[in-house]
Write a new protein. Structure first.
Length: 166
């Protein structure tokens, strides 16, 4: 792996983390979903490394918890799903907005999966109690991708191909 690639992955992992921290004051509004989609579209499987760095920084800040176990599979899984959809959706950002929204909607279900091994009733309760937040998460993901997806994608594509950004 080249030094340039390692630095790019580390920088994008840090950017992902900083964007998450910057919006923590706003419940269930985040740029992680948005950036995972864009990074995957422009960098492919390197986004899995970016997700790992993000998860590690989250662990350092917040410590170990069941939420962190969920993050270990949620963000890489989402990158893989994006990779699979990339061939179908290409640069259709209305559809990527729908994907981001759907991901926000199922995020709570993915998080509650950890609790299935502890207490299935608790997992179900956790999921149901979080549905209003998941709905808000879905709406914010959809709107963010719809507004900023295409321009940010074009910028990242230019940066990735070393074109001059004006």
């Amino acid at each position: 792996m080249s030094t340039k690639r390692i630095v790019r992955i580390a920088l994008l992992g840090a950017i992902l983390y900083v964007c998450k921290v910057a919006l923590e004051w706003l419940p269930n509004v985040e740029l992680v979903t948005f950036l995972i989609i864009l990074f995957t579209l422009t960098m492919g499987t390197d986004t899995l490394y970016v997700a790992f760095i993000f998860n590690t920084l989250e662990l350092i800040q917040w410590g170990f918890g069941t939420w962190w176990i969920a993050y270990l599979y949620i963000w890489p899984l989402f990158a893989v799903i994006t990779l699979l959809l990339k061939k179908i959706l290409k640069e259709e950002f209305l559809m990527w907005s729908v994907v981001a929204g759907c991901f926000g909607l199922v995020f709570g279900a993915l998080c509650s999966a950890v609790y299935l091994f502890i207490d299935p009733k608790y997992a179900w309760t956790y999921f149901i109690a979080g549905l209003p937040w998941d709905a808000w998460h879905a709406i914010s993901n959809f709107v963010i991708m719809l507004i900023a997806g295409k321009p940010m994608y074009k910028l990242l594509k230019k940066v990735n191909t070393n074109e001059k950004v004006s």
